[in-house]
Write a new protein. Structure first.
Length: 326
């Protein structure tokens, strides 16, 4: 009998629609000869399974089940592809832990830590990982233009501490832009990260590990046509993405080894993507880690899987089956 896989998407953040597109990508990637698939859309108002005939079935939150053709369906595995809350910050992971349903992502602690960009960077800094200078500002306290310039300098990035897809992010060049940028970021998150600008080559590198396999994908070089890798660059084609990246073999090896090391330091699970910027002197600076990376056909991870010559169905099967190994 085929295992039932719920591809859990949607969520309550600005990334809802991006998440639904990732769910469609994952649905196309998973081997349907091995698994029965349902996309499940979650929002604050409703949890619904999308049925093959186009109708929807309400999820019973007591056991994550739903009804289809008069039969109770209870998924054996949850592939979480929510970008933002509650699927990227540990909340949904805790729910599945309580129900005993295996899932695809990092656990509660790691998901929560990686979702807070500032917390993650400070933690990994203790392991010698190079990150940009940054500070955290809470919406109830705020900060003056003078303090931002003194502590971080200009230009800088002002971004929500807990958000993704570049929602609420501003590259700030002048003092007059600081307060409007803070207001924009606070609309996405109660805490805002102010980060020093680094000039260099932007990279993205995916990785996944199972009990018997360690895979670090080829690196993608990101050349945005905009000021930075913003939403339009990510999703509206205003970017050139080069996989594998145009790096020397030695630098390529260093980046991929760091990706593997960060995965192990945090105790990650499933597919993660680590983003970097290479500054003068081939210094590798980590920007952030995405534990539920985009999975549309044109997203970084599928690009990197193709560049590695791997069948993405095999990757999906590895992640699902690893969760059932004791």
């Amino acid at each position: 009998m085929k295992r039932i896989i719920a591809i859990v998407a949607g969520g309550d953040s600005s990334e809802h629609d991006v998440s639904m597109r990732s769910a469609e990508g994952i649905y196309s990637f998973i081997d349907k000869d091995k698994y029965t698939l349902y996309i499940v859309e979650l929002t604050k108002e409703k949890w619904e399974a999308l049925l093959p005939d186009g109708s929807r079935a309400q999820i019973d939150k007591n056991d994550f089940s739903f009804s289809h053709d008069g039969q109770k369906v209870k998924p054996d595995f949850a592939y979480i592809t929510i970008h933002g809350t509650p699927g990227e910050n540990g909340i949904l992971q805790g729910y599945f832990e309580l129900l005993g349903i295996p899932y695809s992502t990092c656990d509660v602690l790691v998901s929560a830590m990686t979702f807070s960009k500032f917390t993650l960077n400070q933690y990994l800094k203790g392991f010698g990982v190079r990150v940009a200078e940054s500070m955290l500002v809470n919406k109830h306290h705020g900060i003056s233009n003078e303090d931002v310039i003194e502590k971080i300098g200009l230009p800088c990035f002002i971004k929500p501490n807990a958000s993704g897809s570049s929602f609420g992010v501003t590259k700030v060049k002048t003092a007059e832009q600081i307060q409007p940028a803070l207001e924009k970021a606070f609309a996405e998150s109660d805490d805002v990260m102010i980060e020093a600008f680094m000039d260099g080559i932007e990279l993205a590198n995916g990785c996944y590990k199972t009990k018997d396999k360690s895979v670090v994908f080829p690196i993608t070089e990101v050349v945005s046509k905009n000021e930075f890798f913003d939403y339009n660059a990510k999703y509206n084609g205003e970017v050139t993405e080069i996989t594998p990246a145009r790096l020397s073999p030695e630098l390529t090896d260093r980046v991929r080894k760091l990706t593997s090391a960060v995965y192990d330091i945090l105790g990650c699970k499933g597919i993660v993507r680590v983003d970097y910027i290479i500054t003068e002197g081939e210094k590798i600076n980590m920007l952030e880690i995405n534990t539920t990376p985009g999975m549309t056909a044109t997203s970084f991870i599928p690009q990197q899987v193709r560049a590695a010559g791997i069948d993405i169905k095999e990757v999906m099967t590895d992640i699902i089956e690893d969760s059932f190994q004791k």
